[in-house]
Ligand binder design. Sequence first.
Ligand code: F6R
Ligand code: MG
Ligand code: MG
Length: 366
Amino acid sequence: MKLTLSVIKADIGSIGGHIAPSEALLEAVRSHVREHGRELIIDNYISHTGDDIAILMTHTHGLSHEGVHKLAWDAFLAGTEMARQQGLYGAGQDLLKDAFSGNVRGMGPAVAEMEFEERPNEPFLFFAADKTDPGAFNLPLYLAFADAMNTPGLILSPKMAKGFRFVIMDVSHTEGDRVIELNAPEEIYDIAALLRDTERYVVESVWSRATGEQAAAVATSRLHNIAGKYTGKDDPVMLVRVQMNFPATGEVLAPYAIGHFVAGCMRGSHQMPLMPVGLNCGTSYFDGPPLVSCAAFAMHGGKLTEPLDAFAHPFWDTVRNRVADKALEMRRQGFFGAAMLPMSELEYTGIMEKLQALEGRFTVRR
Ligand code: F6R
Ligand code: MG
Ligand code: MG
């Protein structure tokens, strides 16, 4: 059976600044999908990570389907209405366009979708990150799909030993989707050369070279390209199919033990370590730290099991403690050097005006 997994997410308002959506807001989104999705989708799971609400849907309509996208868009509109009624902060903030036109790409919400022939058993992972951007998944995907030090399956499984194809997008290109396809293992140095530049090059998808099947899909939208100015970090979502010809769940999760530094956190303008957290977790310290959640599912005929919280296991408590230590260490140097992002990535443009004003006060000594 050919199935599509679609996850569409948006920040449409939060309690206490940018911490988390309210229960009423989540319920407004859920009840819209329940009422209007009946004929359209097979199943859904609605959750939040930090201040972002994600609608995960299973259906048979393929990618970028107008009805499916409109269902999510309208659910976010219904949620925004509730956010306004409750006086939540940033009500409707990611809904950048007034009228729906065909699909939500380019309208503000982030989208990750995959269409595939469902396996007899279909384990997959749904990741959502907040207070960071899509490049946050570059390192974990590289390690999971291209590095035998992380993924023994690349040595032990004959199908996986054929390697994976990475589709990488240049997200700074605004006139269209500028992409490159590179094969691991032959081209891992080329892949690495691109993926180190997380603000420009982002993994969009990963494919098995043995079977041609898609393994991963990442939301690659950059809001500032849509709005024409910086409007915030594009808290990304990602779908990863696991096991058999793909990396095992544990191989895909393992890289998150690093707590690698990513762009985002306070005012979207810092470098802070990515903390793996439980499902439906809010933000806290320094409007962060940047967080990533993972819901693991099995699926049959598009019907989802309950989600398992992949980062709830006690192992991740140690990781969280280490990430908190890293975050505190970085914050000791405040605005200085590597703690803050380069000029081009700062979420607030006020500093440009400040520098402009100082220009006139410079003098050149003779
Ligand atoms: C970062 C983020 C927050 C806000 C901060 C200030 O992506 O959402 O760190 O930037 O809370 O918010 P404003 O400027 O809305 O008061
Ligand atoms: Mg927000
Ligand atoms: Mg967010």
